[in-house]
Design a protein around this ligand. Structure first.
Ligand SMILES: [Zn+2]
Length: 246
């Protein structure tokens, strides 16, 4: 038997976005918030993108093995059709894999009094905003940006490193490649690496050395833009080699 303390239409709706890199604990946080709502006797429905083949069709599984029942959907229209009239809380896992109309559906549901909690990647493997996620985050009432630990240096990680056969992925590869022969790990901004990075996306200090490999940037320009970095370049002869990794 369902217990409802507050009818959906009478509660203030909200949109909460849980975002961050892979391994940052987004799913665990989504499950925590959904369980909290269930303890408050709210009527809950949890969905996940059917694109995500890591899990069973009706189970959300976290990286540490915790699982939670969910309805697998392939797009926004399917998800919308499955929402029941008495639902007060809706959770959506891997929201970035759904289609863009999910943004309007989430805001409409929140406007209608539903507490919507979504979890998703905010950046793709290149470190660029993931499709409609910026819009979803801007329209949200609450945004929780979680961090993982960098696999290389142990600092806080905000990016997802894609590795193909042990090498950093190329900039030109497709964004979504679920189930492909590749691996991912969390990395900080400094340790995150992409092959074939376009010149305009390289760190400022790296651009000057790009024309002729290994050549130091002009001293005057480097001092004007970033004095601490110039100190580092002057005192570290291997900096030209590091730049080649990008
Ligand atoms: Zn790092």
């Amino acid at each position: 038997m369902r217990h409802k303390l507050v009818p959906a239409r009478h509660q203030a709706g909200s949109l909460t976005v849980i975002c961050g890199s892979m391994f940052s604990g987004k799913t665990e946080e989504l499950i925590r918030l959904v369980r909290r709502s269930m303890h408050a006797r709210k009527t809950v429905q949890v969905f996940k993108s059917a694109l995500d083949t890591r899990c069973d069709t009706t189970v959300i599984r976290t990286h540490d093995g915790t699982s939670f029942n969910a309805i697998a959907v392939s797009d926004t229209a399917t998800l919308a059709a499955m929402i029941t009239a008495d639902t007060q809380v809706i959770g959506i896992e891997e929201v970035q894999f759904l289609d863009e109309p999910i943004v309007d559906l989430c805001t409409n549901l929140a406007d209608s009094g539903v507490n919507v909690i979504v979890a998703g990647l905010d950046q793709d493997f290149r470190g660029l905003p993931f499709t409609f996620m910026p819009r979803l985050m801007a329209l949200a009432d609450n945004v929780m940006k979680l961090h993982a630990i960098c696999k290389v240096c142990g600092e806080e990680a905000s990016r997802t490193q894609r590795l193909v056969n042990g090498r950093p992925a190329s900039w030109n590869e497709p964004t979504i490649l679920i189930g492909a022969d590749e691996s991912y790990e969390a990395r900080c901004r400094k340790c995150h690496s992409i092959r074939d990075l376009p010149a305009q996306n390289r760190p400022i200090a790296n651009r000057k050395t790009n024309a002729k490999s290994g050549e130091k940037p002009p001293k005057r320009a480097a001092i004007a833009e970033a004095p601490p970095l110039e100190d580092n370049v002057a005192g570290n002869e291997s900096s030209g080699i590091q730049l080649e990794m990008f």
